[in-house]
Design a protein around this ligand. Structure first.
Ligand code: NAD
Ligand code: ZN
Length: 360
């Protein structure tokens, strides 16, 4: 009740690449939704893009918007039609609110809903604020044993979980993970939980590979951009050792050179699972892949992942996911949190607002 009187600080960006925090009115509670007191929100690389570049692909910041889509918090108001939540419930927020009426929604592939309203992605406002309303259908209860910081990691872990379900690695399958950012590392945790072994992780930056090793992924390759795709592929194969050619590659950089290297690192008959997003058109040796029956699969966001990811995380199946979080800021310092995330010299992986910092 005291907390409800605190200012509803929200984080805004505009198309002029400005970023600022401003107090908003307390949100209206929709009949089918709840008002959440947000306790932890992670910053995603896409938000740095919206701030610094003003767009991702065709998705442009045309008017000022509130960012944020990786959040967990506590229910403080419940809409009149909502039966399954009460004030005080601890929830993780699934940010993609879909229409539930279109063909893709009805098929259960609701990540492909053309009418999705995705928190913090233009034109929809996001969750990087103290209080936010959200439809109850896209709120997921968290066990008491799960921290809000981990509740906010369910989003990036869901990206990885969806990719794992698309490719289904099996026990003992050798896997390459290209890119050791938050998504690549979450991918590694998910692939390991699914039985993939060994897992080889690449990156350009030593600190990220160091983080991977601290999370138990010893097999790392620091990529030199002077190598061509064959040299990079050979480095990966040599690192994984004889008889251990990757059959599955989770590409988590979106960089053309990395995608090409993955194509050649893979065993014949293997699978490239593209998670990273880069230039709209990237050239790959499609015919050469065809003659080797290399599968190419994509993965976009997630469906039906929250309950299972919450369950797996709470049971410790992924190990210590909090190792992904390198920096935490109080809500009043959200702009500093964004600057830290954007500044490569700060060596951040996942930056969170709230979470383990006592606040609010
Ligand atoms: P990030 O930028 O923090 O991490 C990417 C990492 O790749 C960096 O550490 C970078 O050093 C490394 N890298 C860049 N070029 C490389 C190369 N040639 N070889 C090896 N490593 C290289 O980003 P992130 O938050 O971890 O996200 C990873 C990617 O996943 C992004 O492209 C993002 O847009 C995408 N993404 C996709 C989905 C989806 O639903 N498919 C969801 C979220 C994020
Ligand atoms: Zn739909």
């Amino acid at each position: 009740t005291e907390a409800l009187k605190k200012p509803n600080l929200a984080l805004w960006v505009n198309k002029e690449h400005q970023i600022w925090q401003k107090e908003e009115a307390f949100p209206e509670c929709p009949p089918d939704g709840c008002v959440i007191h947000v306790k932890a929100t992670g910053i995603c690389g896409s938000e740095i893009h919206f701030w610094k570049r003003g767009a991702i692909g065709d998705c442009c910041v045309t008017h000022p918007i509130i960012l944020g889509h990786e959040s967990a918090g506590q229910v403080v108001q419940v809409g009149e039609n909502v039966k399954n939540f009460v004030v005080g419930d601890r929830v993780s927020i699934e940010p993609g609110v879909t229409c539930w009426e279109c063909e893709m929604c009805l098929k259960g592939r609701y990540n492909l809903c053309p009418k999705v309203q995705f928190s913090g992605t233009p034109p929809s406002d996001g969750t990087m604020r103290r209080f936010v309303s959200h439809p109850a259908r896209f709120l997921h209860k968290m066990p008491d044993t799960m921290s809000y910081a981990i509740g906010a990691l369910v989003e990036p872990l869901s990206v990885a979980y969806n990719a794992v379900t698309r490719a289904a690695p099996y026990l003992g399958q050798p896997v390459l993970i290209a890119g050791a950012g938050p998504i690549g590392l979450a991918m590694a945790l998910c692939a390991r939980a699914a039985g993939a072994h060994p897992i080889c992780i690449t990156d350009l930056e030593e600190n990220r590979l160091q983080q991977a090793r601290e999370m138990g992924f010893e097999m790392t390759v620091k990529i030199d951009l002077a190598w061509d795709r064959h040299q990079t592929a050979k480095r990966v194969r040599d690192t994984m050792g004889p008889g251990c050619v990757p059959q599955l590659a989770f590409e988590c950089t979106g960089a053309g050179s990395s995608i090409n290297a993955a194509c050649y690192a893979l065993e014949d008959g293997g699978t490239l699972l593209q998670v990273g997003c880069g230039a709209p058109e990237i050239s790959i040796p499609l015919m050469a892949m065809g003659f080797r029956e290399v599968n190419i699969i994509t993965s976009f966001r997630y469906t039906q992942s929250w309950p299972v990811v919450i369950r797996l995380t709470d049971a410790g199946i992924f190990g210590d996911v909090t190792k992904l979080i390198t920096h935490t800021f109080p809500i009043e310092q959200t702009v500093d949190a964004f600057e830290t995330c954007a500044d490569r010299s700060k060596l951040a992986i996942k930056v969170q607002v709230g979470g383990s910092v006592p606040y609010q």
